[in-house]
Every structure is written in C-alpha cells, then in structure tokens.
Design a protein around this ligand. Structure first.
Ligand code: 5GP
Ligand code: MN
Length: 314
C-alpha cells in the first residue's frame, strides 16, 4: 500500500481505469479512488477513463459525470501511471489496454483468478475492490468524504448482493457502519442503485423466468438470450444485469448460467453458485474467471456447446 502511494506521489499524470461493462464495484472503487486522489493531489492530472459508459443506475454518484469514455476523448493523452481497479485481468479493460500497455501499471483487485499482472499489484480476497479502496484511503490518511463514501458503499452493495453473499464479512459490515456514520444513506442507495431495473430489464426478467431451463439432476438453471432477441426488445447489455442471480433464486437451483449473445457473434457467460460448485473453475474452461461463487467468461463457442460443457462439469 505504501509502495503504491509512493508511485502516485512521483507521477504527474495518472489514469484510473476498470473493466468493460462496468458494474457498481468497477465504478464505485474507481470513483472512490479518483475523488480521493484528486482531493489530495490537486496539482496532478488524474483521469478516470473506461471503454464503456457509466450505467444509468450509477449516474447518481457524485463525480460519475467526470468519468471519461475512451471513444469520446478528443486526443489520446499520455500518462505516467495507470491504476487498474476491479479487473481480473488486463484484457478485461477492453480498448483502454492499448492506451496503458506501455505505462507503469498498478493492479488493485479482489478476484481470486487475478494473475497478478502489472508492475505492482494489490490483490486481496475480500468482498469488493471498493472495500480495498476504503482500506487504501484509510492507510494513506486520505479523509473519506460523503461522495467517496457513497461510491465505496455502492461498490460493496454491488459485490455482496446488498450484504447477502458469503463474501460479506464482519470487516465489510464494520466498513459499511463507518460509511453510514459518514452520512451514507443505505436505503437511498439500495433504491437508486440496487432495486432499479429499467423497463426493458423487467421485460427481460419476465422472459428469463419464462424461458429458463432447470435441470434437477444437476441443480442447474440456465437461460440464453440471443443478441437478436435483446435488440428486438430494444435493450442493451446493461438491461441484463442481475438476471443470472434471479434465475438462481429458484429454491432447488444451486448453479446458474446466463448466456448473452454479443454483436460480434461471441457469447458472454455469467455464472453464480449458491453452494459448493466453484464457478471460477468452470468459467476458467472458457478462458474466464472471477470468484468461486460468481464468475464470467466470453467465448466463440455456441450456446449449446457451452451448456453441454457446463453440464458435464457439474
Ligand atoms: P458477471 O457475471 O457479473 O459479469 O461477473 C461475475 C464475476 O466474474 C465478476 O467478478 C467479474 O469481474 C468476473 N468476470 C466476468 N466476466 C469475466 C471474464 O470474461 N473474464 C474474467 N477473468 N472474469 C470475468
Ligand atoms: Mn468487484
């Protein structure tokens, strides 16, 4: 943690980035770090740049309008240092990789599949990268204000399923408690962020419940959404967020798989496990990863092939 701070101190132009299709932890941890560093080092140029846009239900976070989208940058700036947060590997940051490839890279993450890429890394198996950012800011004696606190809290809510997954530890609750003390409104964040599906998202949820397949012998539930069907509904990938958890809420289901067709013909897979199945391992069969109970991958195989491989490994 000290080495990271030293490196930040000696750099003048810093880029913060995170993974494609950013979720609450990607935005929450990146924004918490961005706001903290900007306040502490006003003389430095600090940018938070992502390949994709900020999802609608995260735009309430103060400072999120300062997050830049790679395609919209007028000219490609050069930076001395790249801080990559919540990204299990470097390919997960998408096209931003080309921008930072030759820079000094610091990898700040919480995925067990993280290969510890970068010139310096801080990888801890805790609830969320946001929890890690909280610890970093504290260690660096950076005062966490309400905007940073809301970002960090939102990231924790995202990755713990609103404090319900078993990555939620006593420490996670202690941090959440400190954030509440700071003025974070847990109920407001739950409403603005967590219980806030789009209209298309609700329709997709209906489609998922209608069309999902449950295989009792394997305690396995899956749902495949083609890119054409997503387009027909006028939805984007953002509207599919959380579907994989919803189909696994079936009492008898222990593992779920959600497959989503992508515009380039590839398929994005998301998996969740309620009990002993290690989905990080299964996602690894397709070159992906994540955590034991939540993992993902992207593959050129077709839906039937993917489902067969997953079934055979349960
Ligand atoms: P989700 O299913 O919500 O997209 O992702 C679940 C977890 O797996 C997250 O922690 C996410 O970062 C990770 N993950 C998702 N997709 C991929 C992927 O393609 N590769 C790797 N290595 N991890 C992924
Ligand atoms: Mn995360």
């Amino acid at each position: 943690m000290e080495k990271i701070l030293d490196k930040i101190k000696e750099s003048n132009k810093i880029i913060i980035t995170s993974h494609i299709s950013p979720d609450g932890d990607a935005i929450g941890s990146g924004l918490g770090l961005y706001l903290g560093l900007k306040k502490t080092f006003p003389e430095k140029k600090i940018d938070f740049i992502l390949q994709d846009s900020v999802p609608k239900n995260l735009k309430f976070l103060k400072g999120s309008d300062e997050i830049k989208k790679l395609d919209e940058l007028k000219e490609k700036e050069s930076y001395d240092l790249a801080l990559v947060v919540d990204s299990a590997n470097l390919d997960r940051i998408g096209k931003v990789k080309e921008l930072i490839e030759d820079m000094f890279i610091i990898n700040i993450d919480h995925h067990i599949s993280n290969p510890k890429y970068g010139n310096l890394y801080l990888v801890r198996d805790i609830s969320s990268t946001s929890e890690l950012i909280f610890n970093l800011l504290k260690t660096w004696n950076i005062n966490i204000d309400l905007s940073m606190g809301e970002s960090i809290y939102t990231g924790i809510v995202n990755d713990t399923g609103n404090f319900s997954h078993d990555n939620t530890t006593k420490e996670t609750f202690t941090i959440a408690g400190e954030l509440i003390e700071l003025g974070v409104n847990n109920s407001k964040i739950a409403k603005d962020f967590y219980f806030s599906r789009s209209y298309v998202g609700i329709k997709l949820l209906g489609k998922a419940f209608e069309e999902m397949v449950f295989i009792p012998e394997k305690k396995f539930t899956y749902f495949y959404l083609s890119y054409e069907d997503l387009e027909k509904l006028g939805g984007t990938k953002e509207d599919t967020e959380g579907l994989v958890e919803e189909i696994n809420s079936l009492l008898e289901s222990e593992v779920s798989l959600f497959l989503r067709g992508e515009p380039d013909g590839k398929i994005k897979g998301s998996m969740r496990s309620k009990r002993d199945v290690d989905v990080n391992k299964i996602a690894g069969l397709f070159g992906g990863g994540g955590h034991i109970k939540a993992a993902g991958f992207s593959t050129g195989l077709n839906a039937m092939e993917i489902i067969e491989i997953v079934k055979n490994n349960l």
